[in-house]
Write a protein that binds this ligand. Structure first.
Ligand code: DGL
Length: 295
């Protein structure tokens, strides 16, 4: 039987592991994930890549999103991270299995933790999903939900306008309200009691979403769910950093670092001191550690 008692772990796995954790997203939305990770893992260092130059991913073809996800992952692997969090539902939905198959570094994504929380929470087994077109089109949430409970009814709504509107800034504007009203309506009609916020931008508008869904509908925030999973993985792999230190976080963006700092601060709700520009091309990416045989 497997035991997670530290006394039964190999001795080297109990040593502090100072390598940072890598996190990437198509832009600033993944900072909601980073925030939850910082709250739950205060001793860890993080390096965040926001692919703002290629945002949004949601309307791109699966092939394009996959290519971008591979180059982001290669970039973080080169920085020597110990774990990669794909803090983007669109990239997770279309590329996670291929990434995991191609790289030796452990990689986790946001879909499964959100699906698991929704299955655990729903009482009427009617679960809604709000996400980008790429995520909805991939049916990956549907697969994840049905792998956990084949009797769940899934109602998906693609919300192509939401992430760009949220990223623009005025999250409580009437334009955002109009879009939310439109996207929420079919889910309300379907009688779901649980809705997965399947895009890392959406936690920023959860006050508005809660107003339109009402108190009887539970909103699953994939940022909180993935943070829990990251904690568990670090513990089980013996990858934790020394507990007594305060971790640091740093940023790369593929477009204007000043804009990233300004918009990103709202998402992270913590100061962003320095953002380095990566042009998305110049750093030669190491080829995948393993030949990818899938997809
Ligand atoms: N972070 C992306 C996601 O979770 C935002 C949307 C996009 O890039 O289109 O899907």
């Amino acid at each position: 039987m497997l035991s997670h008692d530290p006394a039964n772990q190999p001795e080297e796995s109990l040593l502090p592991d100072p390598r940072p954790i890598g996190v990437f997203d198509s832009g600033v939305g993944g900072l909601t994930v980073l925030h939850e990770c910082l709250v739950n893992l205060p001793a860890e260092d993080f390096v965040y890549l926001g692919d703002t130059g290629w945002f949004p991913y949601g309307g791109r073809t699966h092939q394009e999103v996959r290519r971008l996800a591979f180059r982001n992952t290669s970039f973080l692997v080169r920085l020597g991270v110990k774990l990669i969090v794909v803090a983007c539902n669109s990239a997770t939905a279309v590329a996670l299995p291929e990434l995991q198959a191609a790289f030796d570094t452990p990689i986790v994504g946001v879909v499964m933790p959100g699906a698991r929380a929704a299955v655990q929470a729903t009482r009427n087994r009617r679960v809604g999903l709000m996400a980008t077109e790429a995520t909805v089109g991939s049916a990956s949430y549907q697969r994840a939900l049905h792998a956990l409970d084949a009797g769940i009814e899934v109602f998906s709504v693609a919300c192509p306008r939401l992430a760009p509107l949220i990223q623009e800034g005025d999250v409580f504007s009437e334009v955002v309200e109009g879009a939310v009203r439109e996207y929420v309506a079919p889910l309300r009609q379907s009688g779901v009691d649980t809705v997965i916020l399947g895009c890392t931008h959406y936690p920023l508008i959860s006050p508005m979403l809660r107003r339109f869904f009402g108190a009887s509908v539970l909103l699953v925030n994939s940022a909180e769910e993935i943070a829990r999973e990251v904690v568990e993985i670090l513990d089980r792999k013996g990858f934790r950093n020394a507990a007594e230190r305060e971790g640091d976080y740093r940023f790369y963006a593929t477009d204007n670092p000043d804009v990233f700092r300004e918009v990103g601060t709202r998402f992270l709700q913590l100061p962003i001191r320095q953002v380095e520009l990566w042009d998305g091309h110049a750093v030669p990416v190491r080829p995948p550690e393993r030949e990818c045989t899938c997809g």
